[in-house]
Design a protein. Sequence first.
Lengths: 61, 190
Amino acid sequence: MKILFAILIAGSLLGLNVWLYKANKNTPVPEGCENLKPDCHGCGITDCSLRRTEEIREDTK
Amino acid sequence: MNLLTLFLSALLINNVILSKFIGMCPFMGVSTKLSSAIGMGVAVIFVIFGASVLSWALYYYALVPLGLEYMKLICFILLIAAFVQFVEMFIKKNSPALYKSLGIYLPLITTNCAVLYVALDNITQKYNLIETMVNSIAVSAGFMLVLVIFATIRERLAASDVPEAWKGNPIAFVVAAIMAIAFSAFAGLV
């Protein structure tokens, strides 16, 4: 029974995450905010959704 | 525990960046400009506070009664990611001005380990709801404090005559080390 609850809780959180991710993607960005770019340098996370890997490589050269 | 002691301890003595070395990525990445540091700091305070309260409630009202305490790590990760998505969507819809100043930093916070650290620490230390709220505000305010101080120093460093080999991240790490030593002096405060 415990394992069922565990799967249910993890599954619902995962489902909530996927649903919110899709809803967030489909929400239009407010006017004037279409080309916002973070002013960040020095972070080496290569799967960042905001900065392309090429930009990061350029920064870290 | 006295709430003021808890607040000062989390803010200065056990500072999340300079004492625990957590959240180093935004500390180095978003500290080149003061305006960015303030935006990131405010967004972190909001997300850490919300995520901590939600994860505390999830743990004590769902995981503990069902005997599923071992699932706290995976549940908190999913909860934090979902919360950040929700906050970003809410700000997009209801406050374009706020989105302009904070929105860009919200996706970065999903990968900020300080958020997960606070959520897990509240459980490990067995804090009640009030202590959880005070601790999460203090930790995130400590994060913002150090980020803002570091950004002002880096802005001045950018205009200083730094040797070529030390420019950029190397001198920033030296400054961070000196700041960590300076903050260790707060150890005797409480």
